[in-house]
Design a binder for this molecule. Structure first.
Ligand code: 5GP
Length: 177
């Protein structure tokens, strides 16, 4: 609760990025304050310990989920699983697809990183339409795991991504109207 305003101060609004009409929320200024990034990852790890409960791994979404996921996983001493766009991970993979504005996109994990019944904590920077996290949740299930919780720093409420994730325990640190 105390961390929310501190993080919020570092979120920059960039109009018309990546294209006209989009109000992009830039989280990168956060990383100019390493002590705060550390505090944030400790707070997320404590939240998992006290609220989420036991987890087997932290899975982060490419690319900005990679900025937080490994640090949270290290705090808890559990594996980090990268969820990547199709074609980036070597070896056998499991994938799930989702519809984007222009056509379909796929996310993947490497085979074997999630075991049957594993409780996986999903993390990304931001929830917009919810397509990305939906595909990630489907992927975890397809691999035999369950989503213990999905966590984002920012939720863009008007885009209603939450409605795509009704079966998922979803937490957002900051919500913008
Ligand atoms: P969704 O699939 O929910 O529509 O989009 C969420 C994904 O797009 C996330 O992986 C997130 O990183 C990225 N994204 C979409 N809009 C923004 C934004 O305004 N700021 C940031 N930082 N990421 C965004």
């Amino acid at each position: 609760d105390q961390i929310r305003p501190k993080v919020e101060k570092h979120i920059r609004e960039v109009k018309d990025f990546p294209k006209k009409g989009i109000n992009f929320r830039d989280i990168m200024p956060l990383f100019g304050d390493p002590a705060l990034v550390n505090e944030l990852c400790v707070v997320i790890a404590d939240h998992i310990r006290h609220t989420t409960g036991q987890i087997d791994s932290v899975a982060g979404l490419e690319a900005r989920g990679f900025l937080f996921g490994p640090q949270v996983a290290i705090q808890l001493g559990v594996p980090f699983i990268p969820i990547r766009k199709q074609g980036k991970l070597p070896g056998s993979t499991i994938n799930a697809s989702y519809i984007k504005e222009y056509g379909e996109d796929r996310v993947e994990i490497q085979e074997g990183v999630i075991k049957n019944g594993d409780r996986v904590f999903l993390i990304d920077d931001l929830l917009a339409t919810g397509g990305t996290l939906r595909a990630a949740a489907d992927l975890v299930k397809k691999a035999g795991g369950q989503v213990a919780e999905a966590f984002v720093l920012i939720e863009l409420s008007p885009l209603n991504g939450r409605s795509k994730l009704e079966d998922v325990n979803l937490t957002a640190l900051i919500s913008y109207d």
